[in-house]
Design a protein around this ligand. Sequence first.
Ligand code: NDP
Length: 240
Amino acid sequence: MARTALVTGGSRGIGAAISKALKAEGYQVAATYAGNTEKANAFSEETGIKTYKWNVADYDESKAGIEQVEADLGPIDIIVANAGITRDAPFHKMKPEQWKEVIDTNLTGVFNTVHPVWPGMRERGFGRIVVISSINGQKGQFAQVNYAATKAGDLGIIKSLAQEGASKGITANAVCPGYIATEMVMAVPEKVREAIIGQIPTGRLGEPEEIARCVSFLVSDDAQFINGSTISANGGQFFV
Ligand code: NDP
């Protein structure tokens, strides 16, 4: 039977490309979203991928949502923790709410997604966790103290899960995208975006499908020995 993959924030942007790539490889896919139902319905209609609405920042909602996915599609074998937000401001102007919202979604959201599924993965002796971190978690970024903290935290999560899951057939890895052409990046003022592109040696933004291909590899049987690793896909903008 086909393995089941859960992609949080899987209804648009990078997540949508990941959902589609995994479906094309024969996995059963559940894609979640936060509130943009119109977009999620259009995505579901276009792809035939079932979508689920819950807030990854809320543990009880996540747990209930995951139970529903497992009732519909069977046990979750693969988690792609992709849902994420930005609430940018220079540190001296950053409000505590901006800090909290980003931490709750991007960092606690990963805990809330993986934790309810983890016992089942351990029991079944198989699991693939991929967290979508960011180049800005590796190098920091002006006006993104909150976001960079969460994305660096994601790397701590996967390195620790890798050690705990290894003996149970579970791997945990991260992808750190550079700047990718999604609504998140297109929302940045054009002048700033042009400046960003000027810093990318490849001379262009990445495409969501380029991140999806990294994920497809990390969840495949070919990647069984890759655990606690990070793939940086950033057009040569930053080397770890
Ligand atoms: P988008 O803003 O295009 O899409 C975000 C997705 O996450 C949407 O499906 C959204 O749902 C969902 N989402 C947001 N908040 C929540 C929440 N609280 N609960 C559940 N779902 C939520 O983002 P991108 O595709 O650009 O980014 C995807 C991931 O990649 C993020 O983690 C981001 O930090 C990371 N990343 C992106 C880069 C880029 O250049 N774009 C670069 C590096 C990393 P809804 O549609 O309902 O709002």
